[in-house]
Design a protein around this ligand. Structure first.
Ligand SMILES: Nc1ncnc2c1ncn2[C@@H]1O[C@H](COP(=O)(O)OP(=O)(O)OP(=O)(O)O)[C@@H](O)[C@H]1O
Ligand SMILES: [Mg+2]
Length: 254
């Protein structure tokens, strides 16, 4: 198994946002993390990526205890994430954004750019060519030279996904990647997510659209008030009484 949390707990002041959550994600899977508003989903992703420190519990990734690591250390081990507030470079074009991501992931070293060595120049040409291919692959070829800040919101988010894909993480944490998108942008984003999956990247996905989660995910984990209340394959989770109650409230269970 690639990721495992044991007794993961986060308390904010008096509020138990995440309560004793045991979560596992196997390599190659897309696991959906769902639950009502305020259930603790984003907090779980912030804990895994090192942006928050757990109050209790342990996080293991790829055979290592990463509980106390900082975000950049977690990223270096191969956990990527997208952000609600998109950290793309607004003044860069779509293509330049991808190039920047390739640079961040490629081990170009410090000396190459300073001395402009031949190896570095060759590497740089490579990166631009790969970025160009990558942009076509994710369906953003048409906005190649647009400044990121001028793109429609949904395209910015697809660009954010494309950036995450460029880094080739082992595990990608996606917090509502389809939020605020129209249907055309959603289908573009779903294509990118499927590309990410087909390159072997494992995904933990938070998404409110139940139909999308059901169709995309191999397994689903449901949280409510910080606790895990159900997990399993989509077909099973959909029928789970406690899940139905959490989503629709008591008597609407049918
Ligand atoms: N930094 C923080 N400080 C204090 N409370 C927080 C903090 N972050 C989250 N919370 C609280 O923890 C609980 C879980 O929040 P979280 O954002 O993880 O929920 P969520 O499942 O992602 O919800 P949503 O579906 O609305 O995005 C909420 O009650 C929230 O108000
Ligand atoms: Mg959230």
């Amino acid at each position: 198994m690639l990721l495992k949390t044991t007794g993961l707990t986060k308390i904010f002041g008096g509020l138990v946002a995440v309560h004793d959550v045991d979560l596992t994600v196997d390599a190659g899977q897309i696991v959906g993390l769902i639950g009502p508003n305020g259930a603790g989903k984003s907090t779980i992703i912030n804990l895994i990526s090192g942006f928050l420190r757990p109050t209790r519990g342990q996080i293991d990734f790829d055979g290592r205890n990463i509980t106390a690591l900082k975000p950049h250390q977690v990223a270096r081990l191969g956990i990527g994430r997208t952000f609600q507030i998109i950290p793309f470079f607004g003044q860069f074009t779509a293509l330049e954004n991808i190039v920047a991501s390739f640079y961040l992931s490629a081990d170009t070293g410090l000396w190459g750019p300073i001395f402009n060595t031949r190896a570095y120049r060759r590497r740089e040409k490579d990166i631009w060519r790969q970025a160009e291919e990558h942009l076509q692959l994710v369906g953003l070829g048409g906005v190649r030279d647009e400044l990121a800040k001028n793109l429609p919101h949904g395209y910015q988010r697809v660009l954010d996904l494309a950036n995450a894909l460029a880094v080739k993480p082992k595990l990608l944490l996606l917090d509502e990647p389809l939020g605020g998108m129209d249907s055309e942008e959603i289908s573009l984003a779903l294509k990118v997510i499927n590309k990410i999956r087909s390159q072997g990247t494992t995904i933990l996905l938070i998404e409110h659209n139940v139909a999308i989660v059901m169709s995309l995910c191999d397994r689903i984990v449901v949280v409510n008030y910080g606790r895990k209340i159900a997990e399993g394959p989509p077909g099973e989770v959909r029928k789970n009484k406690e899940v139905i109650r959490a989503y629709f409230g008591g008597d609407h269970a049918a």
